[in-house]
Design a protein around this ligand. Structure first.
Ligand SMILES: C[S@@+](CC[C@H](N)C(=O)[O-])C[C@H]1O[C@@H](n2cnc3c(N)ncnc32)[C@H](O)[C@@H]1O
Length: 252
């Protein structure tokens, strides 16, 4: 993992789940979509790559048994330390590239369901890694990559939106990589309407630096960015659309 990204998540880990405290409804909505899309059956071998604290695996757990635990795979030890104790979950410290190249071997040779949520932008060779992850799927297996589009409709400051867009893969490119891995692939978008107190959002940006792109700015740049946000959004409550690309590949 790139050093500054590693540091970002080590710092964020302790209160990562707290970043969603204002939006328990969003967490439920997203967990429901993931569970409905991956449609995990009892006994299937499941891994969440870049699973972090496990907050978006919860919808999958009712279908997971202790005999075949879900693998929460992440390179950040502090993120993994936050995964709640649950006999249906086993943590594995590794990056997506480690798993894709076989540098780290998972307890299962093949997988039936693979989730990669808001993580693929941290991978250096997205196309190669996605193709190799596709190779890990058993017949009937599903790979679900959830990613933000590069162009965000967030009330952030412009420099952050630009830098985010520059370093973010296009969902179409992710879908192409899955097709190159011989998966039947679909790309769908799911929108969530966010309503959040402006000062709370400012704290997520300024204090928590809750998106990794924010930790690439200096403290002075963040202060200027927050001033820009307040000037552009004098309203007390922010309303915007959070759009997620769901790229789903199935192995026949
Ligand atoms: C935005 S968080 C997403 C965590 C979780 N999937 C979620 O949606 O809450 C990104 C995660 O990717 C992990 N990560 C960073 N680089 C990675 C890599 N090369 N391979 C896999 N995971 C990585 C980070 O440690 C972090 O937990």
């Amino acid at each position: 993992m790139h050093e500054s990204i590693a540091e970002h998540y080590e710092n964020l880990a302790r209160d990562y789940d707290g970043n969603w405290e204002h939006s328990a409804e969003y967490v439920m909505w997203m967990n429901g979509l993931i569970a409905g899309t991956l449609d995990v059956r009892p006994g299937e071998r499941v891994a969440d790559i870049g699973g972090g604290t496990g907050i978006f695996q919860r919808g999958l757990l009712p279908a997971v048994s202790t005999d075949t635990p879900l693998l929460c795979v992440d390179p950040s030890p502090h993120m993994l330390e936050q995964v709640p104790e649950d006999p249906r979950v086993r943590t594995v410290q590794a990056g997506a590239e480690d798993v894709a190249t076989g540098r780290v071997r998972l307890p299962y040779e093949r997988l039936d369901a693979l989730l990669v949520k808001e993580t693929v932008h941290h991978v250096v060779d997205v196309a190669g890694t996605v193709r190799s992850l596709a190779d890990l799927l058993a017949p009937g297996g599903r790979l679900l990559i959830i990613s933000l589009p590069p162009k965000l409709d967030y009330p952030l400051f412009q420099a952050a939106l630009h830098r985010f867009a520059e370093n973010h893969p296009e969902p179409d490119a992710i879908a192409d990589a899955m097709r190159a891995g011989n998966l039947d692939t679909t790309l769908q978008y799911h929108d969530y309407q966010v309503t959040v107190d402006r000062e709370h959002y400012v704290r997520l940006v300024r204090d928590n630096k809750w998106m990794s792109v924010l930790s690439t700015f200096t403290e002075e740049e963040l202060d200027a960015g927050v001033a820009e946000m307040r000037a552009n959004h004098p309203e007390e409550t922010l309303r915007f659309t959070d759009r997620f690309a769901f790229v789903l590949g199935k192995r026949n």
